[in-house]
Design a protein around this ligand. Structure first.
Ligand code: ZN
Ligand code: ZN
Ligand code: ZN
Ligand code: ZN
Length: 355
């Protein structure tokens, strides 16, 4: 049977039974912009999301017939806000060619001649990657698909999907997808591609067992869950929303440290979120604040100096970062003094080195 190439469908279909309405899909292409992901066909109804998994779960917006024609190409937009900043404004925004925004006074010299880039130093401890396994006592529903990234194998019964044959082998990516300025790949391996359908074809770098149902959850026990973190920033503040519904105001805790954010949120039905985020740059814990609302927790992180963070969270050491994550170093010094120049580290860089 042919496989439908429509984005959001990709099911196998029977040409003789391909009636109008049998395919649910996105006629547009994926749009990735500054970490936000959406479909060009339904950006207003399906709000852009940050996580790749959430993007893949956005409901298809259009019904039609299945097709085996090649899918459309993704579009990546990169608008520079520097052209709209008034001249001589202290909060002049500079967007370099790699898309990293920096705030500060207007540069005297052209940024290209006075800046060098350096890789992110290995300071943060690497986060261990936990690979979940199926609890073999949980029955697998018919038609279940492997939940691991880049696998998608369909359950074909105990003897096939958990046997010794090739169909029992899962080839997957243990770490999440990473998108930056059009470059797409997975944190766990080095391959980077530009096209979305090339990305969908990056073969798993790790082999193991499929994950159809996951480990057993004890209903009476507290269940640790995760939540989506969204953020946007101004030169001096990072506004972070943790999408945790109904967090208990009495028991939940949010702790700010100079370069850490700790969440301990108690949710209804014995669910709990504990999460520590190593921040990209330093904050002032005493002036940072939070509010626990019905649908989310809002936090305002105060930056000590005007700076733009390309990411909220400092990536684990050893992560293969695409170009654009590199830090920009400014060079200051008196003009005409030979050897009088010194490298000035960005504040977030200084904080990292001090740790
Ligand atoms: Zn759509
Ligand atoms: Zn289809
Ligand atoms: Zn991988
Ligand atoms: Zn699998």
């Amino acid at each position: 049977m042919p496989r439908c190439t429509h984005q959001g469908c990709q099911k196998e279909y029977d040409e003789s039974d391909n009636v109008d309405g049998s395919c649910s899909y996105h006629p547009g292409g994926p749009v990735f912009h500054e970490g936000l992901k959406s479909w060009s066909c339904c950006q207003n109804t399906n709000k852009p999301v940050l996580e790749f998994d959430a993007f893949m779960a956005l409901p298809p917006c259009t019904k039609g017939v299945h097709s085996s024609a090649p899918p459309p190409k993704p579009t990546t937009t990169n608008t520079s806000s520097s052209s709209t900043a008034p001249a001589n404004n202290a909060n002049h925004v500079v967007t370099s060619s790699n898309g990293v925004e920096t705030y500060g006074p207007p540069p005297v010299a052209a940024p290209s001649s006075s800046s060098v880039t350096a890789p992110v130093p290995a300071a943060a401890p690497p986060a261990p990657v936990v690979i979940e396994e199926d609890d073999l006592s949980i029955p697998v529903p018919d038609g279940a698909r492997c939940k691991r990234l880049a696998c998608g194998a369909v359950w074909e019964g105990e003897s096939v999907s958990r046997g010794t044959g090739d169909k029992a082998i899962c080839r997957f990516h243990p770490q999440s997808a990473i998108f930056h300025e059009g470059s797409k790949g997975y944190l766990c391996c080095k391959r980077r591609v530009l096209e979305f359908d090339e990305f969908m074809k990056i073969e798993g770098c790790t082999t193991g067992h499929h994950l159809f149902v996951g480990p057993k959850r004890d209903e009476t026990k507290e269940e640790l869950v995760t939540c989506r973190l969204d953020h946007y920033q101004t030169p001096l503040q990072i506004h972070v929303s943790a999408f945790a519904k109904g967090a208990d105001k009495e028991r939940s805790k949010i702790i700010f440290e100079t370069q850490q954010l700790h969440l301990d949120l108690f949710l209804p039905s014995n669910k709990r979120i504990t999460r520590s985020v190593t921040l990209y740059g330093p904050i002032d814990p005493s002036t940072s604040s939070f509010r626990i609302l019905g649908t989310k927790v809002e936090m305002i992180l105060q930056k000590p100096n005007a700076a733009s963070w390309p990411l909220l969270e400092l990536p684990p050491a050893g992560s293969e970062l695409p170009p654009g994550y590199a830090l920009t170093f400014g060079v200051s010094g008196r003009t005409g003094t030979v050897g009088g120049k010194e490298i000035v580290l960005a504040p977030e860089e200084l904080a990292r080195r001090a740790r």
